[in-house]
Design a protein. Structure first.
Length: 228
């Protein structure tokens, strides 16, 4: 990391700044039960991981389906997850009602929690650098960050659904650099995903700070930036 070159810091969201309060499978099973759909939470959790791994991200070059928005992408993914475990799904209209409820669930307060270091890190970093979010999340993210008292620290929230490109596509990194008016090598990207965050950022010329299992805690960023 070239500390002297850094003028801005971008943060990934899910897995970096915020984490689910409960496993995906528990949320899926709980909302499904309210709509008469029975499925095992652990099986749903495993199915979600499998489906997520094989499903190209929306707006990615690998995706041959041009969804009008990320909500349509999520609808297909959720259906695939329940089909993976053999759950009996209702007809299209009832499924639509269920999906809307599930989609809204992941924006409700309490569904996400801030990383233990997130509040201190973003407030401290934003006092010294231009700071923004660069995420493959959808528009629900702003409400989630606001509920967790994180939103106001950022000068911008740059989302794949609004850029028409998903990390690791260089297009979203280039758009982010252009948006903040800073060259790529002057931006440090903080994230947990080896492909979307680390590889994508490096190939786009950003500097990278890796967080997650086997790597740094988010809070260690302050020492790396000489802010602690």
């Amino acid at each position: 990391m070239d500390r002297e070159l850094i003028q801005a810091v971008s943060f990934d969201a899910a897995g970096t700044l915020i984490h689910l309060a409960s496993p995906v499978g528990e949320s899926y099973a709980g909302v499904a039960r309210e709509h008469g759909i029975e499925a095992d939470p652990d099986q749903l959790n495993d199915a979600f991981r499998a489906v997520w791994k094989r499903t190209p991200l929306p707006f990615s070059p690998e995706s041959h389906i041009r969804d009008p928005n990320e909500k349509a992408w999520w609808s297909r993914l959720v259906r695939s997850v329940f089909e993976e475990v053999g759950a009996e799904l209702p007809d299209a209209d009832e499924y639509g009602i269920f999906f809307e409820d599930l989609y809204d669930h992941f924006e409700r307060p309490g569904t996400w929690v801030a990383d233990p270091d997130a509040l201190e890190v973003v407030n401290t970093v934003s006092s010294a650098f231009q700071t923004f979010v660069l995420s493959n999340f959808d528009a629900r993210l702003r409400r989630i960050l606001s509920d967790l008292n994180l939103l106001n620290a950022f000068e911008a929230v740059i989302l794949s659904c609004e850029m028409g490109a998903s990390k690791p596509d260089p297009k979203i990194f280039e758009a982010a650099a252009s948006h903040v008016g800073i060259t790529a090598p002057e931006i440090l990207h903080v994230g947990d995903d080896p492909i979307c965050d680390w590889q994508g950022a490096e190939e786009s010329g950003f500097q990278v700070f890796r967080v997650g299992k086997g790597h740094a805690r988010l809070g260690e960023l302050l020492r790396e930036l000489s802010l602690a």
